[in-house]
Design a protein around this ligand. Sequence first.
Ligand code: GDP
Ligand code: ZN
Length: 306
Amino acid sequence: MERAPAQGTIVAHYGVAVEVQFAATGEKRVVRVKRNSGHVVGDRVEIVEDVLARLQRDSELSRKDARGGVHTVGANLDVLCIVVACEPLPPPGFIDRAIVAARVAGLTPHLVLNKTDLPCAADYVRENLRVYERLLRTSQVSAESGTGLDQLSGYFREGHRGIFVGPTGVGKSSILNSLLPEIDLQTAEISQSKKRGRHTTTVSTLHQLRDGGELIDSPGFNDFGLVGISVAQLAAFFPGFEQAGGCHFRDCRHREEPGCRVTELLATGEISEERYTTYLTILTEVEALESQPDYRERRHRRKKKG
Ligand code: GDP
Ligand code: ZN
């Protein structure tokens, strides 16, 4: 007799096996998968006997590594927490890129400033982060002192599933450790020595927060090249350009087109030269991608694959 397929969610990925948590019972089971099988943490799956079928994704977040390889880091999530600190500072343009990436993937960007206990934090907020406060949700926390963490977990309690991205050393593991006391992620001191051992398996895990909400912990997700983005999306999603629907041309690239709202905002100082330069840099990158003969088609296919 055929058994009805059991539905569950992938809550951990070990490279050649995944852990599935069943929706009906909450039980967990490890199922072997092929390396690069395309399953990621957050995927909803059906299991019959030992065969895993992936169900349609509502969203997925992908990154491009330095060699151009595309990796999906998580599925069915709705929030991208962009974690920054005044020490180490993010590379130029990091926050804007991450916000665009989140919006392209259909996720809500949430900017988290960690290490508010450091003396450099106040100046950093004033000079660099104010601009984001009216554009998206922002949090200020200190994993060290605990400041702001209740508010952050309160946000996830509304039922969000999120993932942290941010440069190495900003405190992503420390925040996760504070929000999820039962796990014990390696923070900087320990992992430095481990990095020399090349063969550590990358484990990606979906953690349930005690009072609700979920966080995906995906090691090595520090940075990402933009994946599958179009010029139109960039021109619409770049933070601060939201109102640029007022540009004279509907497909305005905000360069030197007449009647461009963005260059007006640049002239009045509402958009800084620095952030506009970031936009132009990304625009040039995306234009180069779009001019590759098969880029549009691949983009389309990726979207349809679901
Ligand atoms: P990750 O690479 O983003 O995961 O960063 P880690 O969590 O490994 O933290 C990097 C370093 O920053 C460690 O030495 C932490 O102890 C330190 N750190 C993390 N959070 C805070 C904080 O809120 N304040 C201060 N002063 N240091 C912190
Ligand atoms: Zn424009």
